[in-house]
Ligand binder design. Structure first.
Ligand code: NAP
Length: 248
């Protein structure tokens, strides 16, 4: 099935890599971005191609407008864009608000908020019928932290994901009449390397007692929700926020 091209930001590892593989298996050509880990990105591309799919990887810091434009150009070389999964996001070290540096705040907000909005802007320019496009879907990857708050760990990250939720609601209403569906997925504690990147490799194991299901989620379980919202099966979902949190 040819479903056009989906751009998956942060598609080299974790949830984004699962989304890239699942989207390719479901018939999208996949352009995935990575930040540092070219080898991980190449592995995802090779896996997709070995399974008969179409994929390309491009290095991009989504906080950089020039990099985002280059990523969209790379995606369009694969064919007509039909979707965006704005997944790339970062955490930083466990800190209280009264310990946060401006440099850290600028980086977290630049990647998680500014970068995500720039990606949405570029997707809308290409997908919207207002701009001559044929429509499509955007899925934003937020976090349950947006409603839990991240106290004592990273309130800045949680607040950035609150902005992603609001972006999803507002953009969804703005472009619903232009054949673009925008929705949000809010993962809970998912077993990926993001926790180690924030200096807490044992974070998921430590928090399992707080999880109603008694286990962490897997990236593939989040990817399944994202893929559903990306596809036409979710044709009446506009501005929805889907928690994939094992009940927390
Ligand atoms: P991850 O395993 O750390 O993977 C992060 C991905 O984003 C990698 O592909 C990384 O590229 C890329 N990336 C990092 N910084 C970037 C930047 N500045 N520009 C572009 N790409 C960048 O993360 P994850 O756990 O899969 O998280 C994915 C999304 O889910 C994030 O938005 C995160 O906030 C959200 N989320 C995760 C959890 C969880 O428990 N895991 C929970 C709630 C929400 P490289 O491989 O090159 O480094």
């Amino acid at each position: 099935m040819d479903r056009g091209v989906v751009l998956v930001t942060g598609g080299s590892r974790g949830i984004g890599a699962s989304v890239a593989r699942a989207a390719a298996a479901a018939g999208w050509a996949v352009c995935l971005t990575y930040h540092d880990n070219a080898a991980a990105a190449a592995t995802v591309v090779a896996d997709i191609e070995a399974a008969g799919g179409v994929a390309a990887a491009v290095r991009a810091d989504i906080a950089s407008e020039a990099d985002v434009l280059a990523a969209f150009a790379a995606a369009e070389r694969l064919g007509p864009l039909t979707g965006l999964v704005a997944n790339a996001g970062i955490v930083d070290m466990k800190s209280r608000v009264d310990e946060l540096s401006v440099e850290r705040l600028e980086r977290v907000l630049a990647v998680n908020v500014l970068g995500t909005i720039i990606c949405c802007r570029e997707a809308v320019k290409r997908l919207s019928t207002r701009h001559g496009g044929s429509g499509g879907a955007i899925v934003l990857v937020s976090s349950a932290a947006s409603r839990l708050g991240g106290a004592g760990e990273y309130v800045d990250y949680a607040a950035s994901k609150g902005a992603v939720d609001t972006l999803g609601i507002g953009l969804a209403r703005e472009v619903a009449g232009e054949s673009i569906r925008v929705n949000v997925v809010r993962p809970g504690k998912i077993d990926t390397e993001i926790h180690a990147s924030g200096g807490q490799p044992d974070r998921v194991a430590r928090l399992i007692p707080l999880l109603p299901l008694g286990r962490a989620g897997q990236a593939d379980e989040v990817a399944a929700a994202i893929l559903w919202l990306l596809g036409e099966e979710a044709s009446y979902c506009i501005g929805s926020i889907l928690d994939v949190t094992g009940g927390r």
